[in-house]
Every structure is written in C-alpha cells, then in structure tokens.
Write a protein that binds this ligand. Structure first.
Ligand SMILES: [Fe+2]
Length: 171
C-alpha cells in the first residue's frame, strides 16, 4: 500500500513537471513567452518592411520594391510557422497588435522613402531579429525542444543571408 501511494504521488508530481511533449513545463512556459516576444518583433519589423515596399522612391525603385516584397513574404511565412509552433508546444500565440507594440524590441519606422535609408533600416532590423532568434534557439535547445531550436536556427541562417545581400547593396 505504501509503495502504491508513493508511485501515485510520483506520477502526480511528474504530470505537473512535464507538458504533453514530455518536456519540462516551466522551461517550456518560459520558452513560449520568449517565442511570443519574438512573434512581436516579427510583426513590427514585417510592417516596417511593408512600409518600405510601399514608400520607396528613386532610381532603385523597381529593384527595392521587389526585394522588400520578397523579404516581407518570408517574414510572413516565418510568423505563421513560429505562431503554429507556439500552439504545437501547448501555448497560445499572441495575436493583438497592442501586445506586439508593447513587447517588440523593434520600433515602428514611418515615412522613410529614400532607398538607401530603407535598406539600412532593413539591415538593422534583420540584425536585431537574428540576435533574438539566437537567444530563443539556445533556450529551446537547453529545454530539449530540438524541433523549435532547428526551426529557429534555419530561420536565422536565412535572415543572415538576406542581411548580407542588403549590406552589399549599400557598400
Ligand atoms: Fe505590393
């Protein structure tokens, strides 16, 4: 009887310490919160890039208009994958712009139309976003959530490549 009681107690404790993926619940809770912050970063940066796409003027209009669209399309895809990963690990992705504005490291950038200035903002934004990815990817790895770590690692590699290309444009 004592053994049975002990076993039940152990199982109950285990259930509170692990989420449905059998990962540590506290670590995953912290990870989901940081993934939601990253989601906020993405949305503000995404909207900034859309603004550059719409407002850019000058001799490089056609090229930059198209490149900004390619970038925001990729950001849009990453946003959806990131939000769906938050759901997959058992939490709710934030979806209110008020939350995004409150939690994003990125600031809203408005009324910029000079091509080189737009590109410099894009390079800066990609750098900030890449830095946040590395932090969250490391946290996912430490929590044993290798799928989130892999996803974010793939994202950061792609963002860094885009950053290189935009950097070459303003050299
Ligand atoms: Fe467009």
């Amino acid at each position: 009887m004592d053994n049975l009681t002990n076993t039940n107690t152990m199982n109950t404790n285990k259930a509170t310490l692990e989420n449905h993926l059998k990962l540590d619940n506290k670590a995953m809770n912290n990870l989901a919160s940081n993934m939601n912050d990253l989601l906020s970063d993405y949305h503000i940066f995404y909207q900034n890039v859309r603004g550059f796409h719409w407002n850019v003027k000058g001799e490089n209009f056609f090229e930059l208009h198209e490149k900004f669209e390619e970038l925001y399309t990729k950001l849009y895809q990453n946003i959806d994958d990131l939000a769906e990963r938050v759901v997959t690990i058992g939490f709710n992705p934030k979806h209110a712009y008020s939350d995004y504005l409150k939690n994003s490291i990125h600031k809203e950038i408005t009324d910029v139309s000079h091509g080189e200035e737009c590109v410099k903002h894009v390079i800066d934004g990609l750098g900030i976003l890449a830095k946040s990815h590395r932090k969250v990817a490391e946290e996912a790895g430490a929590a044993g959530d290798i799928a989130t770590e892999d996803m974010l690692t793939a994202f950061v590699g792609d963002l860094e490549k885009r950053m290189w290309m935009f950097t070459m444009f303003v050299k």
